[in-house]
Design a binder for this molecule. Structure first.
Ligand code: AKG
Ligand code: FE2
Length: 286
């Protein structure tokens, strides 16, 4: 019996994906249909993610953006001095710029941040590319909580630490966002920058400009699943309490890095808790 799965998504299927999305079918439903039709899950997810997010970005030509444009804002060396804390660098990747950081938060901070977030969790939104308005969609099935910059003493401390790690002035930071993913929850691969050709990006770009970098802090371990994945470079990180993943996607000349496509794989057991800081090119009114 033939048991191999399809790893190539044919033009017919690409067309079907585009039409199904345009007709309002959620990405999760498309994925289920493709799996029923014996597509390899990774191939199906990539094709759907490209259709949802990739159209405005020159995904076919990552080589066209020179590696030299993407020099990291992160300090050099094995230890980053982030104000109240010294943070060890465990892994660095140059394209896209990624660094895995240890001991960004201590266990007490992780606990307090989870408790604080729990009081205001609501279903996470994604930005509708057409309108720029946040909408609840099946591609992001987590719950989130937003904090204004400096909202509490704890939040102010983490805001300042994140800015120091990221090599940016705190004024460029968006408010911290906590997220909780239950079993089955995921965030399909996407870009954190605002695709310049999406009309919905304009209101975001007007205030603070483009996003340049992300710091995902992990508030707990995950029992199974929930990895942060960069499918274009086959990179997968297993959440570990207190650690953080830093990545960049906007070069000083404005080039956007298509290799920064990333997502949160489905949680298979337990819960996943993260706290994210996004930095903008310019000062951002909290
Ligand atoms: O859940 C993850 O691991 C990724 C989260 C993420 O990409 C985001 O919030 O922008
Ligand atoms: Fe993201």
């Amino acid at each position: 019996m033939e048991t191999r799965l399809h790893t190539k998504v044919t033009p017919d299927w690409h067309r079907w994906i585009g039409e199904a999305l345009a007709a309002g079918h959620p990405p999760a439903e498309l994925l289920a249909t493709m799996k029923e039709n014996r597509f390899d899950e990774r191939a199906a997810r990539d094709a759907i993610a490209d259709a949802v997010f990739g159209s405005a970005v020159p995904v076919a030509s990552p080589a066209a953006t020179t590696a030299a444009a993407f020099t990291s804002r992160l300090a050099e060396g094995h230890v980053l001095h982030a104000g109240d804390r010294d943070i060890r660098v465990l892994v660095r990747v140059s394209r896209p710029t990624i660094a895995l950081l240890d001991n960004v938060l201590d266990a007490d901070e992780c606990f307090m941040l989870r408790e604080l977030a729990r009081t205001r969790l609501a279903r996470s939104q994604v930005v509708n590319p057409g309108t720029g308005v946040g909408v609840v969609q099946d591609i992001r099935t987590s719950e989130g909580a937003n904090f204004g910059r400096g909202e509490t003493e704890l939040i102010a401390r983490i805001d300042a630490r994140a800015a120091a790690v990221m090599g940016m002035d705190g004024e460029h930071g968006e408010g911290l966002q906590a997220m909780r993913y239950g079993v089955g929850a995921e965030y399909v691969p996407h870009f954190d920058f605002f695709p310049p050709d999406d009309p919905g990006s304009e209101p975001h770009l007007r205030h603070g400009g483009q996003r340049v970098s992300t710091l995902i802090m992990y508030l707990d371990d995950v029992e199974a699943g929930g990895e942060t994945i960069f499918p274009r470079i086959d990179f997968s990180y297993v959440p570990r309490r207190g650690q953080a993943l830093y990545f960049e996607y906007t070069a000083p000349d404005g080039s956007l890095d298509p290799l920064s496509l990333h997502g949160g794989a489905p949680v298979l057991a337990g819960e996943k808790w993260i706290l994210t800081k996004w930095m903008r090119e310019n000062a951002f009114a909290g």
